[in-house]
Design a protein around this ligand. Sequence first.
Ligand code: C5P
Length: 235
Amino acid sequence: MNYWAVVPAAGVGRRMGTEIPKQYLALEGRPVIDWTLEVLLASPRIQGVVVAVGAEDPFWGDTEHAGHPRVAVVPGGKERADSVLNALRHLETRAGGDDFVLVHDAARPCLRSDDLERLMDEASDEQGGLLAMPVRDTMKQADDQGRSERTLDRGRMWHAYTPQLFPLGSLRRALEGALAAGVVVTDEASAMEWTGHRPKLVEGHPDNLKITRPGDLELAAFHLINRRAEEGSSL
Ligand code: C5P
């Protein structure tokens, strides 16, 4: 099977409140996106990575992986789904429609290689799949006053992470259809669900956080340092 990766990296990261978009903030001495790309490029199964970068982005050129022979760059779009679509359209000029694509947020630098490989092992079929984690807390639905009106069935609820893995052609068609129909697409799985697919929820490690708010960078650094210590002690 052939695998490719798409990394949307064209967001401005408004919720972080920083000048520099979150995918370029320094994390343990290198930009967040370099950690992310390193994990994807380390997989021998992934043939190439397409990064969607903002039109006026002055930061990408200074990263370690700009110019890497297995990394291509396309312009990003207005929303995350538009950035992903640009990358998928580029890939369709190089890859087969039945090839698989892993879409992974640039802002998730703590992805573990074993989670990435397990997702490919368990979800490489027409339904596809995504890394996810069962929710731990009791889940409430709020009314418009911010009061709890209902307790949801936590037994069936998962946090959706990335990577999300789908056949390239099916994903491109699902995203185009969902966007044209005005469906809110916050991840690839939501577009695939809209076309009737049932992506597999593959339980991943909870440290695969998305850098979103101030404080997340410190948490990501904590996970990376811990992991280095674990790997060191098992050598
Ligand atoms: O903003 P959010 O956390 O949902 O962004 C998730 C990922 O999508 C980030 O890596 C961000 O750079 C990317 N993105 C993009 N194009 C956009 C918006 C977000 O590639 N228009």
